[in-house]
Design a protein around this ligand. Structure first.
Ligand SMILES: [Fe+2]
Length: 284
């Protein structure tokens, strides 16, 4: 019996069939990988050192393994496996590291920016089911970077949430809020994942986006972003999170009236993003 077969058979008596299936596949693919790349002992030790340092880089604020999963496209692959849209529901993308539980609540039309630096931006749309019915009371969590490409949690001296909030859709499924125009930003690249990107000649940048997490009873919670169509890095997102259906126009306007009747004395943006939630299936 080959070494690989011996290892596979060592899992044959595992009580949990799913564990047996996963372990068997992992061993098969790992041994195929080793046979393919034929690592030297030094290279194998370097690989183990890389993973060890990846673990040591994690703390309660930073998760380097998720970042590694992101830059290898594994996070997006798992999302695609678990959130097929069938072409009807809004597509999903990565949650990212900057979601915070307990974001402040806002009434529709309010400004969630909290004074974050940036050009004012009015975002609005409707939340509907795949049957086209509005979803009144749908909960929207939104969060985003400011004009410097930074999230509130990245400012050591900031103790108030900024550029994040929680809203509820109105009776017609409508939502609207003011914020600032988001900007592109780098993922943390001063750790092992940064070394990997460097070695590949890859950059750490993500295109400008606003994060959404949208939920409604009887529907699958959607985790997604909208990307600004004029952003840099739409073609080389460090975490492969861009889907064309999520790239939308953020129209720029000169000083003057906004869609909600306000008059702004400075330029601003508007963007419309309609959201479609999939129905929860009976087995879920
Ligand atoms: Fe983000």
């Amino acid at each position: 019996m080959s070494l690989e077969d011996q290892v596979v058979s060592s899992f044959a008596k595992a009580g949990d069939p799913r564990f047996r299936e996963v372990a068997t596949s992992l061993v098969r693919h790992l041994h195929a990988f080793l046979a393919d790349v034929r690592p030297t002992e030094g290279e194998w030790a370097a690989a183990i050192d890389f993973l060890t340092r990846t673990g040591h880089t994690c703390d309660d604020k930073r998760q380097e393994f998720i970042l590694l999963s992101d830059v290898l496209g594994a996070s997006m692959a798992v999302i695609d496996l678990n959130h097929p849209t069938g072409g009807e529901a809004t597509e999903s993308t990565v949650l990212g590291p900057f979601f915070v539980e307990g974001a402040p609540e806002f009434a529709l039309g309010e400004d969630i920016s909290g004074g974050a630096p940036g050009t004012p931006c009015y975002l609005h749309g409707t939340v509907r089911s795949t049957r086209g019915e509005p979803l009144p009371g749908a909960v929207l969590e939104v969060w985003q970077s400011d004009e410097d490409g930074r999230y509130d949690v990245q400012y050591a001296d900031l103790d108030q949430p900024r550029g994040r909030g929680r809203l509820r859709a109105d009776e017609a499924g409508g939502y609207a809020f003011w914020t600032v125009h988001p900007e592109a930003y780098p993922i943390p690249d001063d750790g092992p994942v940064g070394e990997l990107l460097d070695a590949a000649g890859r950059g750490p940048m993500r295109p400008a986006h606003v994060h959404f997490m949208v939920s409604a009873p009887g529907h699958r919670t959607l985790v997604t972003h909208v990307f600004t169509r004029d952003s840099a890095h739409l073609d080389d997102d460090a975490v492969f999170g861009v889907k064309q259906s999520l790239v939308i126009d953020f129209d720029r306007h000169g000083p003057g009236p906004a869609p909600d009747g306000r008059r702004l004395g400075i330029p601003f943006h508007t963007a419309e993003f309609d959201i479609v939630l999939a129905t929860v299936r009976a087995a879920e």
